[in-house]
Design a protein around this ligand. Structure first.
Ligand code: ADP
Ligand code: MG
Ligand code: ZN
Length: 414
């Protein structure tokens, strides 16, 4: 399933990496569990059901409160070549009938409906005869009486579980407060859902970027500050992981290499040593990390520019899982930008895909070059607002000074 969902992500949606949380949600759904996903706006909730819809096959029913939202999504999916439809009150009868026929004949992958359309006895009866593989309820906070967006039609959705007992249901919302969450879980799932609440911040990871000069020396200096700790060093090439590991060993650091060009046995041996011992440094390509959950990784060091901000976030997220102070340190140089641009240009993909890849790279460069709080920029990219963090190089390098901004605002506003 791992490969299949990644292939769908890339081939259908044109993205190389999942955003935080997406892969976890998708896996849970694919293994048949109900999910409540609380993720910030802009986090990419739609893909959490669109990808499994395509991986699973069958019909996915998507409940959404607004006709405009449904139509946007359907249009975007169709552009990507996905058979999507909507049945809603703004369409004339013929259009709705045609959409229904396509769904009934098994052509449709995703069918978007307003709750009042879905929750009629006739519709439920007809749908229960089809091969429904997944049900997604977007803007699920509308079901909560406590919330400001309560909609009576959403209340009826609590029957879905009984009508489709075999079908995993995912509820998605950006409203994270405790009461709303409990309400959604009680009404939709009778409390039996896997709940994933995602804020993207990992405040214990210090973020820093250093101009790249002499990678080896810079790396060694960094490691000397973390003697005896486990860490992951990411390098762009296989050859470089081996060179770096050898260099570190020569300088008294217990270092192992990991890349896809090594034999399976050698890779496993190194991974096991890293996982079971403390104080081992793993020098790896991005082949290392999937499913690695070692709590005491004290740092992730990028000797080269990662592929995207999503990839960077995923990679640094392997540090500090135990909640202790950890560091994400990157070396950044103009040569890496040229290399990455060249990779994109040489990829065997469409011009549109290349254009998007260059844009994603621009975003990453923006993160590297910002003078603003890095965490603000990183979280902002994932749709989350944050205060200046005090735990990134930019925050820490700012000489403390009196904050005149509040005063300035008052003066300027009057
Ligand atoms: P939400 O519903 O959580 O507010 P959306 O599903 O509308 O967010 O997605 C927000 C934006 O993020 C969209 O432009 C979408 O294409 C983009 N996006 C989602 N997942 C990814 C990903 N894995 N990589 C890059 N962009 C993504
Ligand atoms: Mg959304
Ligand atoms: Zn900061």
């Amino acid at each position: 399933a791992e490969d299949h969902k990644r292939r769908v992500l890339k081939d259908v949606f044109g993205f190389d990496d999942f955003r935080p949380g997406q892969a976890t949600v998708i896996e849970a759904l694919l293994s048949g569990r109900h999910v409540l996903a609380v993720m910030p706006t802009g986090a990419g909730k739609s893909l959490c059901y669109q990808v499994p819809a395509l991986v699973k096959g069958g019909l996915t029913i998507v409940v959404s409160p607004l006709v405009a939202l449904m139509q946007d999504q359907v249009a975007a999916l169709r552009l990507a070549g996905v058979a999507a439809d909507t049945i809603n009150s703004s369409l004339d009868r013929d259009a709705n009938v045609a959409a229904w026929r396509r769904a009934a004949s098994g052509q449709t992958r995703l069918l978007y409906m307003a709750p009042e359309r879905l929750m009629t006895e006739r519709m439920l009866d007809a749908l229960s005869r089809l091969d429904v593989g997944l049900i997604a309820i977007d803007e699920a906070h509308c079901i909560s009486q406590w919330g400001p967006a309560f909609r009576r039609e959403y209340e009826d959705l609590s029957q879905l579980r009984a009508v489709f007992p075999q079908v995993p249901i995912i509820a998605l919302t950006a409203t994270a407060d405790e009461a709303t969450r409990a309400d959604i879980e009680a009404r939709l799932f009778a409390g039996r859902a896997e709940t994933l609440v995602l804020g993207f911040d990992r405040p214990n990871i210090k973020l820093a970027i250093e101009p790249k000069q002499d990678s080896k020396r810079q790396l060694l200096r960094f490691i000397e500050r973390h003697q005896g700790k486990s860490g992951i060093i990411y390098c762009l090439s296989r050859r470089k992981t081996e060179e770096m590991a050898a260099f570190l060993e020569k300088n008294g650091v217990r270092a192992l290499a990991y890349h896809a060009g090594m034999s399976k046995e050698a890779r496993e041996a190194n991974q096991n040593a890293f996982m079971s011992l403390s104080g081992v440094v793993m020098v790896a390509t991005i082949a290392f990390g999937m499913g690695i959950d070692k709590p005491d990784v004290a740092y992730v060091f990028h000797t080269d520019l990662p592929g995207s901000l999503e990839a960077y976030y995923q990679e640094i997220g392997r540090a500090g899982r135990d909640g202790r102070a950890a560091e994400a340190h990157m070396l950044y140089g103009a040569g890496d930008i040229r290399t990455r641009r060249m990779f994109i240009d040489e990829e065997d993909t469409s011009p549109e895909h290349k254009r998007r890849a260059h844009r994603r790279l621009d975003t990453l460069i923006g993160y590297c070059e910002t003078a603003q709080c890095r965490r603000q920029v990183l979280l902002g990219y994932f749709g989350e607002e944050a205060q200046a963090c005090g735990n990134c190089d930019n925050c820490l390098n700012q000489a403390p000074r009196a904050d005149g901004s509040a005063e300035a605002r008052i003066i300027l506003a009057s």
